[in-house]
Design a protein. Structure first.
Lengths: 146, 557
């Protein structure tokens, strides 16, 4: 993971600056390259096809919510992977998420607060890194961080 | 007959009994009519006992015109009369057609006696009957009511039920209540044309139509279509109350004009054809039965309303939990992650501790807000009242803001004490600061959003209510983006926020605090041409003469 060219690139959008910053630092510590935005509008302007491996999106955001953001970006880049992360009650938009998730094929929905190591684990799994790393290391998940 | 006439002619007073057939004879047989006329003419006092029933009811009513008093005794069989000295009884009444050559009902054999003992005995018998009997008027009333109460009929043939259903709907004059037990029942009735008939009578005769039915998407569409027809007295009430469904899921109930009811049992709900789907039906014109159905219908309507309210309440609860949990989890996430990162990033240590502090404060604020809301809603908000000068509180609080906002620059807070005199209030100092801060924070936030900077004007107004009461109004006028039109009507309710951050609890709490002080809080958008909004709250002032000499002015340090 020392080779920055091999690093998986994540687009992180969360309107909470503290959370966005904390995630960015935490994920970078774990070998990801992270572009961070607090404003989804701004993030969408910086989005390019094949630039990102994964989107890590908050859902409740001003102007464009996370689901809509993903919907728009997916039109530009059909291959980009997705993880939503929200502090809201899941049931609150259960219907929307179920519909959209079925429609868009998304299945990763995480709830805040989440432990950094769990988040890293999930993202690795989504990106297909999990097993690879497991094979290389004797120890299980713990050794993967930091 | 002659004997009878003789008997009458001698009497001043007659006591008489007759069985249930007797009253009709008086009118069906000419000879008896002569007797009656005679009785009336002579003004003879007659007490008469008979068995009044549905069939002789009309005759008995007529007899009341001739007899002094008539009473009813269940199962009366005796046929005799007594006057002061004589006893007369008919042993046999000839039935119609029994003996062709005899007129029907004529007395065949008569027993007569003027033996004092026998007459006395019979008088005693009569009196005992008399004492056990009830007034004819009462009996007639009962019978007539029972007739009005009507009947209940079980209809075993579905085709008959179908015809009756259509007939009833079409004959309705004032009101039709229809309760449908299932989605399929709705479609069956619709296929029969019932819904159209109902629309028709509602349009043409302004019949009030109420239908309760379970719905699916298709029925929902039909309801929307009917709504667009704008028939004023036509309501289809969808019901989805699971409890109600269990209770009445097998019977279609139709009530017409509160006078007739038809309850149709469903036998096989899967059948499309009405006739195949239904089993027994009960038709009734009996008042208690019909009204019971009406009350079933009405309680269902109430239940549906309650259930809807419950759903709204449930939604509010979920809103609260969702907003509160979002606001709890967000700072918690920041605190958790930064604490994790802290040990590995010594250089960013201070920055991270600041972030942790910031989020911890946010958590604390939320906790307090939720507590305040709970106190306001349960009316247990305790005020720690003290007497202080509101102008001092205002200038101190605003000075703090000025210090805080130094460098951020563009927004200026301008406070003028127009009255140039102290304004003493008896209030909870900390709570008033809380209210003022909330209003100022909003003003600053929305003035910033306006992105042109600007001024926030704070003024006070003193107003005399009457000889014993004065109040002060604190007015905060900003030059920001104004109050969102969607939010405006529910500005002071819980969760009124358009922001993705924040709980929308602030102004609800402010309102609770000000009202607990006996004051008012309100807001308005500034007049056209002027940007921004104005928030104001009023508090009762302490009248000068009520001021205690000993109290000290509270100062913020």
């Amino acid at each position: 993971m020392s080779n920055s060219n091999n690093k998986k690139r994540i687009l992180l959008v969360d309107d909470e600056p503290d959370i966005a910053l904390a995630f960015k630092i935490g994920l970078e510590d774990n070998g990801f390259k992270v572009d961070m935005f607090n404003d989804p509008q701004e993030a969408s302007l910086n989005f390019k096809r094949s630039l990102y491996d994964l989107l890590l999106l908050d859902i409740k955001m001003p102007n464009i919510n996370g689901i809509e953001f993903y919907y728009r970006m997916k039109e530009i880049d059909t291959k980009v992977k997705i993880c939503f992360i929200t502090a809201s009650e899941i049931y609150y938009f259960k219907q929307i998420t179920e519909e959209i998730f079925t429609l868009l094929g998304a299945k990763c929905l995480l709830r805040k607060p989440i432990k950094l190591e769990v988040l890293v684990n999930v993202l690795r799994k989504e990106l297909g890194l999990f097993y690879e790393n497991n094979k290389n290391k004797n120890n299980s998940s713990k050794s993967l961080y930091i | 007959m002659n004997k009878l006439l003789q008997f009458i002619s001698k009497s001043k007073m007659i006591n008489s009994c007759g069985d249930s057939r007797a009253p009709s004879f008086a009118f069906e047989i000419k000879e008896y009519q002569r007797l009656l006329t005679e009785l009336k003419k002579r003004n003879i006092k007659i007490r008469y006992i008979t068995d009044i029933n549905k069939d002789n009811l009309s005759y008995c009513k007529e007899l009341l015109n001739f007899y002094t008093e008539i009473r009813h005794l269940d199962g009366m069989k005796a046929n005799f009369s007594i006057n002061e000295t004589e006893y007369m009884a008919s042993s046999t009444l000839i039935q119609e057609k029994e003996v062709e050559q005899q007129p029907p009902g004529l007395i065949q054999q008569v027993i007569y006696s003027n033996v004092k003992d026998i007459v006395e005995q019979q008088k005693y018998v009569f009196e005992s009957f008399w004492n056990r009997s009830i007034l004819a008027e009462q009996r007639i009333k009962e019978l007539e009511e029972r007739t009005v109460l009507g009947q209940t009929e079980v209809i075993q043939i579905p085709i008959k039920a179908k015809e009756l259903l259509i007939k009833l709907v079409q004959s309705s004059k004032e009101q039709v209540l229809l309760l449908l037990p299932s989605v399929n029942a709705f479609f069956r009735e619709e296929r029969l044309g019932i819904i159209d008939y109902l629309k028709d009578v509602s349009k043409k005769r302004s019949v009030n139509v109420k239908i309760i039915t379970p719905v699916n998407d298709k029925i929902d569409n039909i309801i929307q279509n009917i709504k667009s027809d704008n028939i004023p007295n036509f309501v289809i009430q969808p019901f989805e109350n699971p409890f109600a469904e269990i209770n009445v899921n097998t019977v279609t109930i139709l009530v017409v004009d509160r006078k007739e009811s038809l309850a149709i049992e469903k036998k096989d709900d899967s059948k499309d054809d009405f006739v195949k789907a239904v089993g027994l039906s009960t038709y009734s014109t009996s008042k208690p039965t019909v009204l019971s159905y009406v009350s079933v219908f009405e309680s269902l309507i109430n239940q549906i309303k309650l259930y809807d309210q419950l759903k709204v309440h449930g939604k509010m609860q979920r809103d609260f939990i969702n907003i509160a949990s979002h606001e709890l989890r967000t700072p918690t996430q920041a605190i958790l992650t930064f604490s994790d990162l802290l040990q590995h990033h010594p250089k960013k240590r201070n920055e991270m501790i600041e972030a942790i502090k910031r989020n911890a404060t946010r958590l604390q604020k939320l906790t307090e807000d939720i507590l305040d809301v709970t106190k306001i809603e349960s009316k247990t908000l305790n005020l720690h009242k003290e007497k202080f000068d509101l102008t001092v509180l205002l200038s101190n609080t605003i000075d703090d803001y000025k210090k805080d906002d130094e460098g951020k620059g563009k927004i200026r807070l301008l406070y003028t004490n127009i009255n140039k005199e102290p304004l003493f209030v008896d209030a909870d100092h900390a709570r008033i600061i809380q209210v003022l801060s909330n209003i100022l924070n909003n003003a600053i936030k929305f003035t910033k959003e306006g992105k042109i900077g600007g001024n926030i004007y704070i003024t006070t107004e003193k107003k005399k209510i009457d000889d014993n009461n004065q109040q002060v109004t604190v007015i905060v006028k900003d030059t920001g983006s104004g109050i969102d039109i969607d939010i405006f009507p529910r500005l002071f309710t819980k969760f009124a926020t358009k922001s993705t951050k924040g709980t929308g609890l602030g102004l609800f709490i402010c309102k609770g605090i000000i009202e607990a002080h006996g004051g008012k809080i309100w807001a308005e958008n500034n007049e056209e041409g002027e940007k921004g909004a104005t928030f104001a709250f009023s508090l009762p002032l302490i009248m000068d003469r009520h001021l205690d000499d000993h109290f000290e002015v509270f100062q913020i340090t």
